[in-house]
Design a protein around this ligand. Structure first.
Ligand code: UD1
Length: 399
């Protein structure tokens, strides 16, 4: 098929989506500018940005638009929180109306959140082609809602843009035709590389009163190196026993090294529900604080969080994207899950799986503190050009 103007709807919904769409939007803008200057105004990619509203707090959504210079969404569906069924169902109902009204040539979804699945399903059902960015990742753990989202979104998609060879293999094993699979690299790397300089200008270290000097002796002055933590998976924070296994490990490690913990709203609610406020120190809030070396802050924007990662002694996380970002930055990462859908960060990168095993958390953290951290290499095609490859492929296919 060859058309003059390609009309694409691009979906964002939740925090981990924003850094994946920003580079694609930039490349499309540059393509349209070039078409204009060459006097070929009609040769254009019209992008409509739809935000489902799955995440809605300023620090879970709007701050990323500002940090990553993403234009305001054209359409905001405002679905908000709910059970998986409620959230997915609401997005399907609202997004289908947009599809009928706009009749796009293609819908692009990214990642593995509920909005990804819902929008892919709504489009595929009415025969609108779907492109899935970050296709093919598998944790092989179907108790993880994201695993269901990944599998279904992939099987509904016409264009599967993958970040790594393991993803290609997963898709082929599941019977997806190879001519739908395009290894383009990692769009997260595009955002990270494009924003590294800007992140260095963040004042977050100063605000938190910490230094970036890894070699500095630990002392009581408050000017010390630090570990960085994120924790929000329902499997880790919704169940008291599982949560406490991790917290116990963190308490021991944080006696050696303070740990900064930008806290997800779900986890904050759970800390309150379990009555664990006395364990954490809440920074910059009026909340009564505990006395451990676990320093909770509000969720961070993209640039402040990247700045914190860049100088951390280690990062502990149950997030997916942070496993990739630490590999890109060469910072040791301990993943607080039993599986990962990003095995390349283990085989090639700086990532180690520790699950919610208290002893392993302590053991692996101490290895790093003693200077025995994993040195990784950056995987192939995590080079800052993934979005360009995606847009080139779409231009070749449609225009
Ligand atoms: C979602 C994604 C997960 C991703 C995470 C990043 C799914 C299935 N999960 O999980 O893959 O790692 O985003 O954050 O899509 N809340 C707020 N403010 C907000 C958003 C959420 O307070 O702006 C609270 C609400 O209480 C809500 C809870 O967080 O019920 C969970 O939000 P939800 O979007 O359901 O899932 P996440 O845990 O954020």
């Amino acid at each position: 098929m060859s058309i003059q103007r390609l009309k694409i709807i691009k979906i964002v919904g939740a925090r981990p989506n924003f850094m994946k769409i920003a580079p694609i939007l930039k490349i499309v803008k540059a393509f349209n500018r070039k078409s204009q200057t060459e006097g070929n105004r009609e040769h254009n990619i019209d992008i409509l940005l739809v935000h489902t509203g799955q995440h809605y707090d300023y620090k879970m959504s709007q701050i990323f638009f500002e940090d990553l210079e993403i234009p305001e969404p054209d359409i905001y569906l405002g679905v908000g929180s709910g059970t998986h069924g409620e959230q997915t169902g609401k997005v399907i109902i609202e997004f289908e109306k947009i599809l009928f009204a706009e009749k796009p040539d293609l819908v692009i979804v990214v990642g593995d959140v509920n909005s990804t699945l819902a929008c892919a399903l709504a489009a595929a059902k009415i025969d609108i082609p779907v492109a899935h960015v970050e296709a093919g990742l598998r944790s092989f753990d179907r108790t993880m809602p994201e695993e269901i989202n990944r599998i279904v979104a992939d099987h509904l998609s016409t264009y599967l843009f993958t970040p790594s060879p393991d993803a290609d293999e997963n898709l082929t094993r599941e019977g997806i035709q190879t001519n739908r699979i395009y290894r383009v690299g990692n769009v997260m790397a595009d955002s990270l590389l494009a924003n590294k300089e800007k992140a260095l200008r963040s004042r977050i270290l100063k605000t938190l009163g910490i230094t970036e000097d890894h070699n500095q002796e630990l002392n009581a002055s408050g000017n010390r190196p630090y570990g960085l933590l994120t924790l929000h998976r329902p499997s880790n924070v919704d169940d008291y026993d599982s949560f406490m296994k991790i917290v116990k490990g963190l308490q021991v490690v944080s006696e050696e090294l303070p740990i900064i913990f930008p806290i997800h709203p779900r986890t904050k609610k759970q800390i309150e529900a379990f009555g664990l406020q006395n364990i954490f120190q809440f920074v910059n809030t009026s909340q009564k604080t505990g006395n451990s070396g676990l320093y909770c802050t509000a969720p961070m924007g993209y640039l402040d969080f990247m700045r914190l990662m860049m100088s951390a002694t280690f990062v502990m996380t149950d997030s997916g994207g942070i496993q990739e970002e630490t590999t890109l930055l060469g910072i040791p990462c301990l993943t607080l899950r039993n599986t990962t859908e990003r095995p390349i960060t283990i085989s090639d990168g700086t990532n180690t799986i520790v699950g919610n095993d208290t002893d392993r958390i302590i053991e692996e953290a101490y290895k790093i503190l003693k200077g025995n951290s994993k040195k990784g290499v950056i995987p192939d095609l995590w080079d800052g050009k993934a979005a360009q490859r995606i847009v080139n492929l779409l231009i070749d296919s449609f225009l």
